[in-house]
Design a protein around this ligand. Structure first.
Ligand code: MOS
Length: 731
């Protein structure tokens, strides 16, 4: 049988989605379902002094209007502990509707339940709150100078040092010292966050649009004081998430509360604006990249620093400067992240958090240095390819960055590039070619899996992982098929349900490898229990021959991995592995832009991305993932920007007409190529293919824009005003 791994298998979730049979979290039908809508605070910080729900309650069809005055008590979010990953699930530290304090402009301060979605929305608008405002700090640009150095933790290096980077910069024959800014971004999944909650006594079923059903279960168990075993979270499909559905936001909690209070099944589908108010976005950043080099293009020093805000009520720092640890073999390196707190909602992970915007700065700076050296930007990168991880000398488990550049340059036709900016034209268009390195670390998380093989030649894989459209279930079917000698079509994969063995969250591009590790082990166990097949015989045939109808194996167990002890064991093993190896996917981005010489209009016309993502499980979904990732990079480069009013912290473009994301007309043909070379240390050699395609993409575009126009823009997004006017305002 030809191996299933590596084949371009169609997505198993495709037919359900294209025919509309796939049910999303706001689409589960229940008798007597009621609808909930949030009330959002309109001040930035302060205390609610009065609540008038008269008009809201009088609206036809309204069942309940809940605020801090009448909402039942819930437990505040748990204290975070790295030893119990479940405690990291909360989006913010606010105990919604159990407090009269407002911590950000748009914080949910009430929930209305009604017979229809429309009645709930309208009544929510009629809830009148009076506030005592308190002073606040929301202006990132004004506050950036007050940031303090970030402390690292087990999972993130916030700083690092090798040699004396500052002295080396002063002594460098050729150098650049640059400041970059990147704005806040929002995820804008096609499916806004939605929850349907149904109580049956002390048992709870929740359909939640989430990247982590286990976290939703753990968090709701904590908030409502019931055993996790009483809660079932079901999420077979997610209509995009990009990090925005990785932690628990107020909609999930308050829908569950609304169902508890009204005794009805309750559904809440956030409006697009609601997603901006009630869920976090990406940290904006100010970054410095300073590089020094010898005249023949050897990096002597690399400095990368960042400043970014957290919410005062929570958030997690992105690893913005971590790329500086890994990509270039400078003799001296210093990187340091800085943080400050603002009175805004917590940030959250978003589309290659850290590396996406960090690589914009670093890879733009490398290009600028290449210009100063009069050296080809590909050649400069290849010349500084390190043999070991630059900052600490650790071994790379796998590193094929130079091959990515070689293959990419060949496929793109890079050799024909005229090096001078503004030297390539096509009629009125200035043409520019840009390149950048892509880099994203490989993550792994615990996963419990069971596999069952039936004597009829079908198999069932069960694991509570997540399908957000990446092809996650299809990949696992291919893996199980090869491990059991079946065709992928004979394998059913169940996922997206906490009644299944607990799986990993979908994040960090780590889900496929995480599940694969346990799935492969479970299949090995299963085969062992079945016994050796005769030549030409399948494991299923052995079962049939021996009169058994099925065999089953499990790897991991909820009682072990679900506990703090199980997680400590997992993390200890994981961190030991991390001390030994630096593991990452990488790649080379090449793009062509056209710039209108008079209007500054930018058009992307060509893209070639060559990636080392380790082994490719599914040629079709991997290429599709990487194309989608590059499109996210295009958004970061050219369009995306959450505009935050510096006077109030209120998001000004909380909608898809003012927040721009790439549409088809913005996206050129994207050629994606993977080296398909397994990493020797990762499960099945998989390094993760989701996010690496985002990294480097914005820099490749900025570099191409510079090549086309001679204008170097350090502030994202690269909009017309910045191209046409030198003194554009920067944050
Ligand atoms: Mo991703 S930002 O890990 O969903």
């Amino acid at each position: 049988m030809t191996p299933a791994i590596g084949a371009a298998v169609d997505r198993v979730d495709g037919p359900a989605k294209t025919t509309g049979r796939a049910r999303y979290s706001a689409e589960f039908p229940y008798d007597a379902i009621a609808h909930a809508a949030l009330v959002y605070a309109t001040i930035t910080r302060g205390q609610i002094t009065a609540v008038d729900t008269g008009a809201a309650s009088a609206e036809p069809g309204v069942l309940a209007v809940l605020t801090h005055l009448n909402a039942p008590a819930m437990k505040p979010p748990p204290r975070e502990s790295p030893l119990n990953l479940d405690t990291l699930a909360s989006g913010t530290s606010v105990n919604y509707l159990n407090t009269d304090q407002v911590h950000w402009n748009g914080q949910p301060v009430g929930v209305v339940v009604a017979e229809t979605h429309e009645a709930a929305q309208r009544a929510a608008d009629l809830v009148h709150l009076t506030y005592q405002p308190l002073p606040f700090t929301v202006d990132f640009a004004a506050e950036a100078a007050n940031a303090v150095p970030q402390r690292g933790n087990m999972l993130q290096h916030a700083a690092g040092k090798k040699g004396d980077a500052d002295a080396a910069l002063a002594a460098a024959p050729v150098s650049v010292d640059l400041r970059f800014t990147t704005p806040c971004h929002h995820h804008n999944a096609l499916e806004p966050h939605a929850t349907t909650a149904v109580w049956d006594g002390d048992h709870l079923t929740v359909h939640d649009s989430t990247q982590n059903i286990a976290w939703v279960r753990a968090h709701l168990a904590h908030k409502f004081g019931i055993p996790a075993a009483n809660i079932r979270v079901v999420c077979p499909y997610v209509g995009g998430a990009f990090g925005g559905k990785s932690v628990i936001w107020p909609g999930t909690i308050l829908t569950t509360l609304a169902a508890r209070v009204t005794g009805r099944p309750v559904r809440m589908a956030l409006s697009r604006e609601g997603v901006y108010r009630a869920t976090g976005g990406r940290q904006p950043s100010v970054q410095r990249v300073a590089l020094g080099a010898t005249r023949d293009g050897r990096l002597t020093t690399l400095i990368h620093t960042s400043t970014a805000p957290l919410g005062r009520v929570g958030g997690r720092p992105e690893q913005i400067t971590s790329v500086a640890r890994h990509v270039y073999g400078a003799e001296n390196i210093r990187h340091q992240q800085h943080l400050l707190q603002l009175d805004t909602i917590s940030n959250t992970i978003s589309r290659a958090p850290g590396e996406s915007i960090g690589s914009f700065a670093l890879e733009s700076a490398i290009d600028e240095l290449a210009g100063k050296l009069g050296m080809d930007p590909v050649e400069l990168r290849v010349r500084n390819e390190p043999a070991r991880n630059p900052i600490d000398g650790k071994a790379f488990s796998h590193r094929r960055l130079t091959e990515c550049f070689a293959v990419g340059a060949e496929k793109f036709g890079w050799a024909a590039r005229a090096p001078e900016p503004r030297s390539m034209r096509d009629g009125r268009w200035l043409v520019g070619w840009g390149t950048a390195a892509a880099y994203h670390p490989a993550w792994q998380f615990p996963a419990n899996v069971t596999v069952r093989l039936n004597a009829d030649g079908t198999a069932l894989v069960r694991c509570g992982f997540h399908e957000m459209g990446m092809g996650a279930a299809t990949a696992q079917a291919q893996i199980a098929a090869d491990a059991l000698g079946l065709s992928p079509g004979a394998v059913t994969v169940q996922y997206g349900d906490t009644d299944l063995p607990t799986g990993p969250g979908a994040g960090g591009s780590g889900q496929t490898a995480s599940v694969a590790r346990s799935l492969v082990a479970a299949c090995q166990k299963l085969r062992k229990s079945i016994g050796n097949p005769a030549p030409g015989e399948s494991y299923a045939q052995v079962l049939a021959r021996t009169g058994r109808s099925h065999a089953q194996a499990a790897v991991g167990s909820d009682t072990r991995l679900g506990t703090a002890l199980g997680q400590v064991r997992y993390m200890t093993r994981y961190l030991r592995d991390q001390r030994r190896w630096v593991k990452a996917a990488c790649g080379a981005q090449f793009c062509e832009v056209r710039a209108d010489n008079d209007t500054g209009e930018l058009r992307l016309t060509r893209w070639t991305g060559v990636f080392d993502v380790g082994r490719v499980i599914n040629a079709k979904t991997t290429a599709s993932q990487l194309r989608g990732a590059i499109i996210m990079g295009i958004g970061i480069a050219l369009e995306e920007e959450t505009l935050i009013d510096p006077r109030t912290g209120r998001i000004m473009n909380a909608n898809l007409s003012d927040y721009h994301i790439p549409v088809h007309a913005d996206v050129p043909r994207i050629d994606v190529h993977c080296l398909d070379d397994p990493d020797p240390t990762m499960p099945l050699g998989v390094l993760g293919a989701g996010e690496v395609g985002i990294t480097g993409a914005a820099a490749a575009i900025a570099n191409a824009v510079h090549h086309a126009t001679g204008r170097r823009i350090h502030d994202l997004p690269l909009t017309l005003d910045k191209l046409l006017y030198r003194d554009h305002p920067a944050i």
